[in-house]
Design a protein around this ligand. Structure first.
Ligand SMILES: [Zn+2]
Length: 414
């Protein structure tokens, strides 16, 4: 990263024009000049430069006003100007996406993680796929401004390191940012997958209008991403809100991969649910129905929809335990909204109803309003949306009020 402390007023103005267009575009030149309090001719000059460089485009005219004023030409970000590459490293799959400059996902696909082969093999797979995407077209290679990566486990986003990812074999102190940057020469940003999902919800999902949110993900493990007063919480070593590792069963003997026993994750993750159901069907004379005890998530959703007694009982227990986890996070972070992510969404509304009842039962009884707990509506691409936004935000420093920030865009054009 290049540090430029002697950034000129011209560059500051150009950057601020871009920020306004990102937030308010399509917008007229006069609208921008008013917002920045710089003259119309000066604003227009900068805008013409940015159009020439391909960063912004003219996209038609504003609606005519009642006063019969002239219709202004509107400018907006050129969505074809740059690309952003997204990667989400999950226990089962690694997802890849390419987004345009307006963060529309142009395409996405997934490959099996095969985490049991160890970190080197997984990292190689990531680099190979990134290279495949950027080398597919020359224009993508030239114009990819950043790679955003979401990973499960403890992530130091400042250093770009995955400190420890218990569900991925051999992931300990992996300097992922440097590894990817060294092999692609593209700026790379790393974040924890649950914080990525919270970022996506905050900017594009259910949490857009809320300041305090908890996103809780239930898949192989249980993780959370938390915003308090609009700030994403990270904490020492990125461990804020590890609800999955709150001791929930003090008499439990199930060892969690974190080294403790009785963690919520050992009780209500998808992994725990499958283990519990497998235990209960042992000796069942309905071998075929339960696939000989080798159940996958999809089998369980199907059996739940069919009201299978053993599966339903365990899924309901899982929902109640998740409700306890959520009620603990409500007491800790006092969110206006809790958003559930992950595979459990497939259990649908009956599951959510039990979670909500459990939350209500286990949270302060004197609070009249029901706690707002919902399933995410962003779908499977939630992580890819989040990591793409992280790249965009880091490139423009959108939340940075220091006008003398870096001007990475200009550097990468030349
Ligand atoms: Zn644990």
């Amino acid at each position: 990263m290049v540090k430029n402390k002697n950034i000129s007023l011209r560059e500051v103005n150009r950057k601020n024009i871009l920020k306004i267009i990102i937030r308010k575009g399509p917008i007229s030149r006069i609208g921008i000049s008013r917002m920045l309090n710089i003259s119309r001719p000066t604003t227009s000059n900068y805008i013409n430069e940015l159009i020439e460089e391909g960063l912004i485009v003219e996209i038609g005219k504003s609606k005519s006003t009642n006063l019969g004023g002239k219709r202004a030409v509107l400018v907006d970000l050129n969505k074809k100007a740059f690309y952003i590459l997204g990667v989400m490293i999950g226990v089962k799959f690694i997802r890849f996406s390419l987004s345009d400059f307006r963060l529309n996902i142009l395409f996405q696909y997934k490959v099996q993680t095969e985490e049991w082969k160890g970190s080197k093999s997984v990292i190689k797979k990531i680099i190979d796929n990134i290279n495949k995407i950027i080398n597919d077209k020359q224009i993508v290679k030239e114009r990819t401004i950043g790679i955003g990566i979401g990973s499960s486990g403890l992530v130091d986003s400042k250093k770009g390191e995955v400190i420890f990812s218990p569900n991925l074999r051999g992931w300990k102190n992996i300097d992922l940012k440097n590894i990817i940057e060294n092999s692609t020469n593209i700026p790379t940003y790393i974040e924890n997958e649950c914080r990525v999902q919270a970022i996506a919800e905050k900017n594009f999902g259910l949490a857009k209008d809320f300041e305090n949110i908890v996103c809780i993900k239930i898949c192989t493990g249980v993780g959370t991403g938390v915003f308090v007063n609009n700030n994403l919480l990270i904490g020492n070593m990125g461990m804020v809100g590890e609800v999955g590792h709150i001791t929930t069963n003090i008499e439990g003997d199930k060892l969690c991969h974190c080294g403790n026993v009785g963690c919520l994750e050992t009780l209500c993750s998808m992994k725990a649910l499958i283990e519990d159901i497998t235990e209960d069907i042992k000796g069942s004379n309905e071998e075929e129905k339960y696939h000989g005890g080798e159940l996958l998530g999809d089998d369980i959703y199907k059996l739940y929809k069919e009201n299978d007694e053993i599966v339903t009982r365990n899924v309901e227990k899982n929902a109640k335990l998740l409700g306890i986890g959520i009620s603990n996070s409500i007491k800790m972070f006092n969110p206006e909204l809790v958003i559930i992510h992950g595979e459990v969404i497939k259990f649908g509304e009956p599951y959510l109803k039990i979670v909500k009842e459990s939350v209500k039962k286990n949270t302060f009884p004197k609070v009249k309003n029901e706690y707002n707990v919902q399933f995410s509506e962003l779908g499977e691409n939630v992580g890819l949306i989040g990591v793409s936004y992280i790249v965009f935000n880091n490139t423009f420093n959108l939340e940075d009020t220091n006008l003398l920030g870096q001007y990475i865009i200009k550097k990468r054009i030349k």
